[in-house]
Every structure is written in C-alpha cells, then in structure tokens.
Design a protein around this ligand. Structure first.
Ligand code: ADP
Length: 208
C-alpha cells in the first residue's frame, strides 16, 4: 500500500541531495562506548510494551548505556499528532518512528520503541532502514484475553462497547511477527523476569 505521505515524499525527495556530515555514526557511538541498536517492541494494546520498555531503559541507564525511548502514546501527542488511526495514518506513524529511531542510532543511542505496530509490512519497512543485526523485533506475546483482562486504560471495554472503532485485536487485525529476534511471554512472568530475558539477549549485542 502506498500512502499519500509516501507519494508526497517521493516528489520532494527527488530534488534533495544527501549532505554527508563530517562526524559519523561510528564516531558518535565510539565516545558512548556502545553499539547503537533499535529494540522494537510490538504487541497488542496492554500486552506490556510500555511497561517493559520503561523498565528496560531504566536498567540500561543503570548499566551506563545511552538510550532513548519512543513510546506510542507520547509520540502521538507531538511528532505524530496530525495522524489518526486509518491504515494509512498508522503506516505513516510507524514510518516516522522508524526514521526517528534510525536518527537516534545515528546519534549513537540505543533506541527502544513501544508501538502496537500491527502491520507486518510496516515493521519490515522499518527493519530495512537498519543494517542487519542492528534491529531487534521483540514480540510481546500476550494473548488477547489476558490483555483484555488487564485493560489498564479501559480501551478494550470501550472497543467492545462500540465506542472505539478499528481497535487492534477487536475489529482491526494484528499481524504477529514471523521472525522476531525475541519473543517475550508476559503471562506468567513478572516484569523483572521479562526484562532480565531482554537484557540477557541484548547485553552481548550492544558492547562497544
Ligand atoms: P502496552 O504498552 O502494551 O499497551 P502497558 O505496559 O501500558 O501495555 O500495560 C501492560 C499492563 O500489564 C500493565 O498494567 C502492567 O503492570 C501489566 N503486566 C503484568 N505483568 C506484566 C509483565 N510481565 N510485563 C509487562 N506488563 C505486565
């Protein structure tokens, strides 16, 4: 699917020449003594993405890592406040976040993102922005029934009552990842246990 945003981009990008900067991503990463990567959390609403992303970032900062967390709800208040919930706008939401995460990497930071990012095609496009081995898709694999029971923001209740339409898992699809680097099962585990699993995976991959 080509979004209206992509069409506009094509037309203007054709006349813009890439300007090479003097300092490189390698220089910026070197002084932070880390390998910048993108940790992309995907999963249903209330699966635990924000909770885990926040706890993971806190642990990484404690370990002296340089990070930046992009969270779905927060980004929609600013950078993406012009976007709604249509399929095209959801795709654009994810495209912009992917580009910002890539800029964060370029700045030497470990980017952590917490977005439902329901469409596989959109996630794959973001993956393609990164060098192989720099993008880790983390599937927060919490069953719909558990998410619905948690319902911390009352969104599922509203979606079931017909007060919200196009809600992922209810009347809008979620494409589960096929090749996620990591799958986290939050159902019978504490937040601390889940973060421990994520850190065990990440630690050898972010060494400078
Ligand atoms: P999302 O960002 O995916 O919409 P949230 O992190 O906002 O989800 O909400 C997840 C809810 O599930 C929180 O209330 C959190 O306390 C609860 N929860 C219970 N167990 C876990 C776990 N192991 N990992 C993450 N969240 C959990």
């Amino acid at each position: 699917m080509t979004s209206p945003y992509e069409l506009k981009n094509h037309q203007s990008a054709a006349n813009v020449v890439w300007h090479h900067t003097h300092c490189t991503a390698v220089d910026r990463a070197r002084i932070k003594q880390q390998r910048p990567v993108c940790i992309w959390l995907t999963g249903l609403s209330a699966s635990g993405k924000s909770t885990l992303a926040n706890a993971l970032e806190a642990q990484l900062l404690d370990l002296g890592r340089h990070t930046y967390l992009l969270d779905g709800d927060n980004v929609r208040h600013g950078l993406n406040k012009d976007l709604g919930m249509s399929d095209a706008d959801r795709a654009e939401n994810i495209r912009r976040v992917g580009e910002v995460a890539r800029l964060m990497n370029d700045a030497g930071l470990i980017a952590i993102t917490a977005f439902i990012s329901p469409f596989r095609e959109d996630r794959d496009k973001v993956r393609a922005l990164f060098a192989p081995g720099d993008f880790f898709e983390v599937f927060v694999d919490t069953p719909l029934a558990v998410c619905e029971q948690r319902d911390p923001k009352g969104m599922y209740r509203k979606a079931r009552a017909g007060q919200i339409s196009g809600f992922t898992g209810i009347d809008s699809p979620y494409d589960a990842p096929l090749n996620a680097e990591l799958r986290i099962d939050t159902q019978d585990k504490s937040v601390a246990q889940c973060v421990e699993e994520m850190l065990a995976f990440l630690t050898p991959r972010i060494q400078g």
